[in-house]
Design a binder for this molecule. Sequence first.
Ligand SMILES: C[S@@+](CC[C@H](N)C(=O)[O-])C[C@H]1O[C@@H](n2cnc3c(N)ncnc32)[C@H](O)[C@@H]1O
Length: 239
Amino acid sequence: MGLGYSVSVLSSINKQAAEALAEEFSWSLDQQDADVILSWREGALTVHVQSDGELAGFKPTSFDFSQITVGDKKQALARACGLHKHPQRIMDTCAGTGVDAFILNRLKADVFSCERNPVIFSLLRDAYSRSGSPNGWSITCGDACQFLDAQHFDCAYCDPMFSSDTKRRGAERKEMRLLRFLEQGPNDSDQVLDKVAASSIRRMVVKRPLRSPKLQFTDRQLANCIEGKGFRFDVFDRH
Ligand SMILES: C[S@@+](CC[C@H](N)C(=O)[O-])C[C@H]1O[C@@H](n2cnc3c(N)ncnc32)[C@H](O)[C@@H]1O
């Protein structure tokens, strides 16, 4: 996919890995003035966005699951995905930082995560490896729409980027602001939602801002709305 910004991998710390990563995604090596710089710090792959005034002020950032509070199966995310009833095979269509998938997997779900943005995917893969590549969780780089019918899933979890106004953006976590920059392409969240809705996957869960309007799909009916902290999980069943 065309990213709309240049990416370079710095090789001073981890030469072999840097060369492999640059080659994998056709990024440049050691181009100091690239818009986005990937480099290793304290054993983790980090990203630094140089071309955005606000993000340039942030320290290079890595993804990390070590501080995540997993909670229990009664939490909104787990209930929305049906984990309070029985284990589930979940297609995580919008992996991002991998935090939601990490929680679902720790709560005994089998999770298959897709992330289409190669910079975000590289950071996710690094955090995933550092967390020991957990059993029952696999990650892949690509558009989730390609994988919907490839395997049997009980549930598709969808958390596409939704537009947020300037006021909300100020309150957004640093990682979300980063994702928003890195994902700067067209706002095509409808596409993945429509494809999931039309798939044979029985349960579809969409994470939405609390007060956003209800979505409607031809093949689905809204079965439940579960409120979380600042979010709502809309659960759709097939007709
Ligand atoms: C709001 S973030 C997801 C946050 C995630 N739930 C978490 O725990 O960090 C949305 C992510 O979905 C990815 N994405 C959007 N549409 C996608 C698609 N069709 N296939 C794969 N990834 C997609 C974006 O690149 C972005 O990283």
